[in-house]
Design a protein around this ligand. Structure first.
Ligand code: PLP
Length: 454
């Protein structure tokens, strides 16, 4: 029997045939990504990461503005065209007769809970679909019963909105919030010891990111979760940037709750997120919007938000299929390859400081922060935008309630659609800036989080 796998030569023939019309590429985008993947069978993710033949197919799977170089995928990411088109398709369908189709799509979407749980390693009854990490995390942050004096330990480099949520609970319920500071990059042991030392008899919650949205500092989630459980402390993990970015299984983390923005690295339509809650912990968290008592131990209680756009939720299915067609390992390896390409090219310059850990085993994939001695990061980001049409975000620590940190850097985050030419243009632009200097006084790129209300 003939194997269904496609070899490299056959794939090139298909590419030639299909490439003749853009419409055909559109129609078979997912099939082509799968075929490209099959043509790479037997090769390691690291080998595929260097194969431009494969990544060209992925680049074509997006509708982008290639007049700009988007190295700010730490914001929200573009979705692949299969997902973009399916948003329109589901919208059209629901719009034909909302009372009929809306309920139908809503019940079909239940299949996504199972598919997400299978892909990311948990029981479907532990997976709630939400609108983003803010919603997911606020459900558990606000949903836990706490008494005055109970203590939350978090960090200064956690996401500002999540810090604000704890600040509000501090005002409302008189809880205590301890924000720990750490240098970057920090070792896993350093971060573990930092949390361990901060525990007091009143500590009830550990809240931290899997990787930060600043320098992508990785945290030892499993070790900290086990430490917390041994002391009766609840773990709430901000996985906004981790799920879909690099491979891991939720159950292996051993945490109690984990919130994600799926419109980031899973490349889902804007307005998708998920919340994992360990089964025995579900009754411990109140939902943000009230649910009946019978649902106390049902993960669906966290999804009860009334009428909302089901087309956006349903199209998550296509983003997940796209993610699976590329493969979690390949995606992570390519993101790391792109990051190492620019970081290795720049790091030998004595003025360049990389603030993310590039060592092996991998702790940094598609998000990496870099500073240049003698250059103001706001001016540098403005120079890159004005002269090279490169989009990056300057990081400048804010004052509470924002994240507080004492470094400044550019956060550089390519994506799987980024070309090597775009990465090399970034390197060239940085070398130009380092050699010739930058000076911009007007229309400066806003710094995160200092210039934002988040
Ligand atoms: C670390 C982190 N947590 C939470 C969030 C909130 O995510 P969203 O705005 O998608 O709800 C973000 C968004 O950038 C983030 O970077």
């Amino acid at each position: 029997m003939r194997s269904t796998q496609v070899n490299r030569r056959e794939f090139l023939c298909m590419a030639g045939a299909v490439g003749a019309t853009a419409v055909a590429i559109d129609a078979g985008a997912l099939t082509r990504v799968e075929a490209a993947g099959q043509s790479m069978a037997g090769r390691t993710a690291e080998e595929v990461a260097r194969d431009e033949f494969y990544w060209r197919e992925i680049q074509l799977a997006f509708k982008l503005d290639r007049t700009l170089i988007n190295l700010n995928n730490g914001f929200t990411c573009p979705m692949p065209r299969v997902a973009l088109e399916s948003v329109g398709r589901y919208m059209d369908m629901i719009n034909m007769l909302p009372v009929h189709y809306q309920g139908m799509v809503a019940s079909n979407v239940q299949t996504l809970r199972r598919r997400m749980a299978m892909e990311f390693g948990c029981d479907p009854e532990e997976m709630a679909l939400t609108r983003g990490a803010s919603e997911s995390l606020q459900i558990v942050q606000n949903g836990l019963d706490m008494k005055p004096g109970d203590e939350v330990i978090t960090t200064e480099q956690d996401y500002p909105r999540m810090l604000t949520t704890w600040d509000q609970r501090m005002r409302r319920d008189a809880i205590k919030v301890t924000r720990l500071q750490f240098p970057v990059p920090a070792t896993q042991d350093f971060l573990y010891n930092m949390f361990e030392k901060a525990i007091t008899p009143r500590t009830k919650v550990f809240h931290f990111t899997h990787i930060t949205n600043l320098t992508a500092q990785l945290f030892p989630v499993q070790r900290l979760s086990r430490l917390a459980r041994s002391k009766g402390i609840v773990t709430i993990i901000d996985g906004a940037h981790a799920l879909g970015h690099f491979p891991f299984q939720l159950r292996d983390l051993d945490c109690d709750a984990y919130g994600v923005s799926l419109h980031k690295w899973l490349l889902a339509p804007l307005g998708n997120g998920c919340l994992y809650v360990r089964k025995n912990m579900i009754p411990k968290f109140w939902p943000l919007q009230a649910a009946p008592e019978q649902q106390d131990d049902d993960i669906r209680k966290f999804e009860a938000i009334g009428t909302h756009p089901w087309a956006i939720r349903a199209a998550l299915g296509e983003s997940l299929a796209f993610h699976q067609a590329v493969g979690a390992e390949r995606k992570a390896a390519r993101l790391r390859y792109l990051t190492l390409r620019w970081a290795n090219a720049l790091k030998s310059n004595p003025r360049v400081k990389i603030l993310s850990d590039l060592s092996e085993p991998a702790q940094t994939w598609g998000v990496c922060a870099v500073g240049v001695e003698g250059l103001d990061v706001r001016e540098l980001a403005t120079f890159l935008r004005n002269n090279y049409r490169i989009i990056v975000v300057p990081l400048v620590g804010g004052a509470p309630p924002n994240s507080v940190f004492d470094y400044t850097a550019l956060r550089v985050s390519p994506n799987i659609y980024t070309t090597l030419e775009e990465i090399d243009t970034f390197v060239e632009a940085m070398e130009d800036a380092i050699k010739n200097g930058v000076s911009a006084t007007q229309d400066l790129v806003p710094a995160y989080p200092a210039d934002f209300t988040v």
